[in-house]
Design a protein around this ligand. Sequence first.
Ligand code: TXA
Ligand code: MG
Length: 342
Amino acid sequence: MQTEFFKIESENDIDKIRCVGKILKDGGVVGIPTETVYGLAANALDEVAVSKIFEAKGRPQDNPLIVHIADFNEIYNLVSEVPPEAVLLAKHFWPGPLTIILPRSSIVPKSVSAGLDTVAIRMPSHPIARAIIREAGVPLAAPSANVSGKPSPTTAQHVWNDLNGRIDAVADGGTCIVGLESTVVTLCQNPPRLLRPGKITPDELAQILGEIEVDSSVLGELQKGVTPASPGMKYKHYSPNANVVIVRGKFDNFAEYICATNHDGVMALCFDGEEKLLPVPCLSFGKKEDTAQQARTLFDALRKVDELGAKTVYVRCPASDGVGLAVLNRLLRAAEFEVIDL
Ligand code: TXA
Ligand code: MG
């Protein structure tokens, strides 16, 4: 398949946005920018189009998709009940990096939700994403636009590298400003439960919802035989080919540990300013105190680690407060929970 590439300057780049909208209307799949990561979009109400997403990504059939809307009113078609908490969350955080899980209406194909009777809904804030959804005229199902298991894409080039030849088009809307996927919260449980951390933090959600629970899969490894609340949490994720190891502790101990390793094929992912102090090739993923910057940079850094051919990469452990919780959540999965405490 020939994959078209559209460089879209802004939401006013109408001609190209129309082209992308038409591909989606006609049942195609397109990599589109959002503020979090690039999504692989198709008409959420068209089962055949949705099946192309699973095929292009190599995504397991039991991992449900998020449905993206541009206007709040679209939600009434997609879910069978809109509780007051959903309206409150939308008022505060939409458009933006929050996904809300609600009871699915029968108009949404079962395959979108991988057979669950719930559906995940998000209204992105990226102006180009919103223009594309409006132009398509239908809600768009979109997982992250990476090959399943790889780090999520934060640039159109990442999408192109993963999916060129397997999808109809890529819409380049620049680098994603958040850099990690949306926060996922379910209102189908009482109290509401955080399933995936993101830029919107548990504290921010609690300010609106009162009590919220944080699912044990956020920082813990899923136990064998337990059904995960969010199916995506059971898969190996966000992983470069290199073996990722998180090292928790002070920088001096980190440096000492790296010095003592066999340096062959070893790299370090560290914080700004630490690169020169380590005896192996290093990449920084942001300032130590700036977890928002780490969020923005992490996936690109994980992809670069592979381009540089590293066999093992030792990673400095981020602080787990604020958006750091999301950075740590993604890193733990990339490392398959391999953490060294020093
Ligand atoms: O920021 C984002 O959310 C990006 C952009 C493109 O919007 N999308 C994204 O989609 O990250 P994906 O498919 O990579 O991750 C969706 C997550 C998965 O962990 C999935 O299991 C969970 O949301 N999910 C989707 N529907 C669900 C449902 N009905 N119940 C529980 N978890 C659900
Ligand atoms: Mg994903």
